[in-house]
Design a protein around this ligand. Structure first.
Ligand SMILES: Cc1ncc(COP(=O)(O)O)c(C=O)c1O
Length: 373
């Protein structure tokens, strides 16, 4: 069996920051200040500065970032929140948890993301917020909608896209609030669960800070019902160590994506319709949290690659509108055909910056081998 090429090997990156992370962890352990506090404040300041925003509020996960952002905007029963059917479950799950209804617009099959025309057509009288997901690390191009004062509030789901840009503007500058996940597989991963909500709006930031501690200010005086959405000091300390490395890692991912594009261009796979590499049609920087191709006979190909020691993932095997828990929404197959097709064809290939050209060449050669090219 040749050397495995896993979809992601977090250990391959560890040496770059291990000593600094352990020193930060030791500092927190010695302080015994374990939740929120100075470490979280310091990381929030670093993150806000990185994003060029005034406020970043550390929370317990990307899911809780979305949940608390919608709570802060007052989303509740009777409201609808418009989003994509092609995302991680949390994007729509948080809407339902607040008693509101997820509504979907189909994706652009080229970018896998929502687009302006589709979203505008789906906005209705009950649309209380819009969640564009910057899937795989590329920003959803909602065009003029991002600057439209008549549009419902926009909550960017930048869980996979911290640092991505659209026409020179970074994630975080396109809506009322922006939600980030630091789940370990994200480009900036914590040593466990963590997330953040970033905003320019001081009143919203204040409300987010209150909601993450059960709506209390000061402690034990509860103005509204929030939750425990606090960020641990250990996670904040580790994230502060890793944040300065984020852009370098993104550059490594972009270089690997460019290398894949060259390899696929000379492979014979693209013109035969067997592989469609991710399109760089959006004017902006894609940070390639995932490198997702469309692949013919995806599931059989995946098994073939696994036999060669090559790890892949399917993001996502089923669209949100067809999840059993959303049966009450009344959707059926065919309602959002582009999302459904993406679920049948999308395949994430190894892309992490530590992978060298030989590994990428092996991945493409294995796909060619599968198709006998
Ligand atoms: C698009 C998207 N939204 C939300 C989330 C939720 O983030 P978390 O896993 O940190 O709760 C994730 C990540 O898992 C995601 O990829």
């Amino acid at each position: 069996m040749p050397t495995p090429i896993p979809i992601l090997d977090l250990k391959a990156q560890l040496a770059q920051y291990r000593d600094a992370a352990l020193a930060a962890i030791t500092r927190v352990v010695d302080s015994q200040s374990l939740i929120l506090g100075a470490e979280v404040k310091a990381f929030e300041a670093d993150l806000a500065a990185y994003m060029g925003l005034e406020h970043a509020v550390g929370v317990s996960s990307g899911t809780d970032a979305l949940l608390v952002a919608l709570m802060a905007l007052g989303v509740g029963p009777g409201d609808e929140v418009l989003t994509t059917p092609f995302s991680f479950f949390a994007t729509a799950g948080v809407v339902a948890r607040l008693g509101a209804t997820p509504r979907f617009a189909d994706i652009d099959p080229v970018t896998f993301n929502l687009d302006e025309a589709g979203v505008r057509a789906a906005i209705g009288p009950k649309t209380r917020a819009i969640i564009p997901v910057h899937l795989f690390g590329q920003m959803a191009d909602l065009g003029g909608l991002y600057d439209d004062p008549q549009a419902p509030p926009i909550v960017e789901d930048a869980a996979q896209a911290l640092g991505a840009t659209l026409r020179g503007r970074m994630t975080g500058h396109h809506g009322a609030a922006t939600c980030i996940s630091f789940y370990p597989t994200k480009n900036l991963g914590a040593f466990g669960d963590a997330g953040a909500v970033a905003t320019t709006d001081p009143a919203l930031a204040e409300r987010l800070r209150m909601l993450r501690v059960h709506g209390a200010k000061p402690k034990y005086f509860h103005h509204e019902v929030g939750g425990n959405f606090r960020l641990d000091a250990l996670q904040a300390a580790v994230l502060a160590v890793k944040l300065p490395l984020l852009d370098g890692w993104a550059a490594g991912r972009q270089a690997n994506a460019a290398r894949y594009a060259e390899l696929f261009a000379g492979s014979g796979l693209v013109e035969r319709g067997l592989v469609t590499p991710p399109a760089a049609t959006v004017d902006g920087a894609h940070v390639f949290n995932q490198y997702v191709i469309r692949a013919a006979r995806r599931d059989v190909l995946r098994a073939h690659l696994a036999e060669q020691g090559i790890g892949t993932m399917v993001y996502y095997p089923g669209p949100l509108h067809l999840q059993p828990c959303f049966a009450g929404l009344g959707h059926g197959p065919g309602d959002f055909p582009a999302a459904e097709e993406a679920c049948a064809e999308a395949l994430a290939l190894p892309i992490q910056p530590e992978l060298g050209p030989d590994a990428l060449a092996r991945v493409v050669a294995a796909i060619r081998g599968f198709h006998r090219l």
